[in-house]
Design a protein around this ligand. Structure first.
Ligand code: FNR
Length: 347
């Protein structure tokens, strides 16, 4: 039996039903934060959005020292995407795109290393809209469907998309049904329109209605204002009637909300666990700092927070949370292992 040329060659699957998911967040969702979220109970984790142009330029490199697979920009050595076997079946890579061909080229690069591909159809930022990406795709359903169909027909892993809603319910249902018909495995729905900001109410009723019109799992999103622990995630799931839920901002503040058993953890304990992963996976200091800063929130005003804001290197950050020796030990280990890394940035 010759499979070549058959429309749908999807082999691997991801079960999208009844899942609690870390929603995509630019800068935040690099490898250390994804692993931390998995540790604390997230079932699936999205990457940050990676723009197709950037991904297609990368080279795939197996990093034996770290035990990772890196997608590196060969021109400047920048790690565009780093993943590891532990998250292989849980990581959904999100692509920003306006072109079926480029999206496919980008997805093909990572196909063997991730669980699924998601297309960002919700980003309202000017950069995305000007390039016809993100929420711009909501107004160009033919392009959106071409992207999804192309990926579904040519990838061996599931394809999903993440959308925002229109203010009109019927328009939203019509669009989502079109997207569903492309063969996607699930759809993430943020219950705000392209023009709406976080201060606007999330349209939970619209998400609920959508769940009644679609056959594929709906992943409800946009509920962070009312999410502060695991029970409130379940409440959001229940009011939206969604199969699954994805959480961004509330998880950014404290990702132990994903834990169904342990309650919400002290943020300093989480930061410590986070920094340990940054050391283990040689995460860039500016990215590590950004994420710790997000987690610290209002505690940036505390004496420790102020010291932290002055830090520049991962070693300095680690020293503040009692991980300085761990950093130095790993540095020696990795230097001996011949890792070409960012250690040299550290004074
Ligand atoms: C986001 N969001 C987002 N969405 C997306 O599809 N791709 C992305 O890369 C990002 N990046 C991003 C960064 C940061 C810092 C935030 C806070 C948000 C949107 C996010 O996934 C989600 O749709 C909204 O934040 C609404 O969900 P919550 O926050 O109410 O759970």
């Amino acid at each position: 039996l010759c499979l070549i040329g058959m429309a749908n060659v999807n082999e691997a699957t991801v079960d999208y039903s009844n899942k609690i998911i870390l929603a995509p967040m630019v800068r935040m969702n690099t490898l250390p934060f994804r692993l931390l979220s998995l540790d604390h109970g997230a079932d699936l984790v999205y990457s940050e959005e990676l723009v197709d142009h950037k991904l297609v330029k990368t080279e795939r490199r197996v990093n034996d020292v770290l035990g990772t697979v890196d997608f590196v920009d060969p021109l400047d050595g920048q790690v565009v995407f780093r993943t590891c076997p532990r998250e292989k079946n849980k990581i959904i890579l999100q692509i920003g795109t306006a072109s079926a061909e480029r999206a496919l080229e980008a997805a093909k690069k990572v196909e063997k290393d991730v669980a699924a591909i998601d297309i960002n159809m919700g980003c309202p930022k000017q950069f995305s809209l000007a390039g016809g990406m993100g929420a711009a795709l909501l107004s160009t359903p033919d392009i959106a469907c071409n992207i999804l169909t192309t990926l579904v027909n040519n990838l061996s892993i599931p394809v999903t998309c993440k959308v925002r809603v229109f203010s009109n319910e019927t328009d939203t249902i019509v669009l989502c049904k079109k997207l569903e018909a492309c063969g996607i495995a699930a759809i993430g729905v943020h219950g705000r329109t392209k023009a709406e900001r976080p201060r606007h109410a999330n349209r939970v009723d619209m998400i609920r209605t959508l769940t009644q019109h679609l056959k594929i799992p709906v992943i409800a999103n946009g509920g962070s204002k009312d999410i502060m622990d695991y029970p409130s995630i379940l409440k959001f799931k229940s009011v939206t009637n969604a199969s699954s839920v994805m959480v961004a901002r509330a998880a950014q503040d404290n990702c132990s909300i994903f834990s169904s058993t342990n309650g919400v953890k002290d943020i300093h304990q989480l930061i410590k666990e986070y920094l340990k992963y940054c050391v283990d996976y040689d995460n860039a200091a500016p990215n590590s700092k950004y994420c710790v800063q997000s987690m610290l929130g209002s505690q940036q005003e505390s004496p420790l927070g102020k010291k932290f804001l002055e830090s520049q290197s991962l070693e300095q950050m680690c020293d503040l949370w009692g991980l300085g020796d761990y950093w130095r030990q790993k540095k020696d280990e990795y230097t001996t292992g011949g890792l070409i890394s960012r250690w040299e940035l550290t004074p």
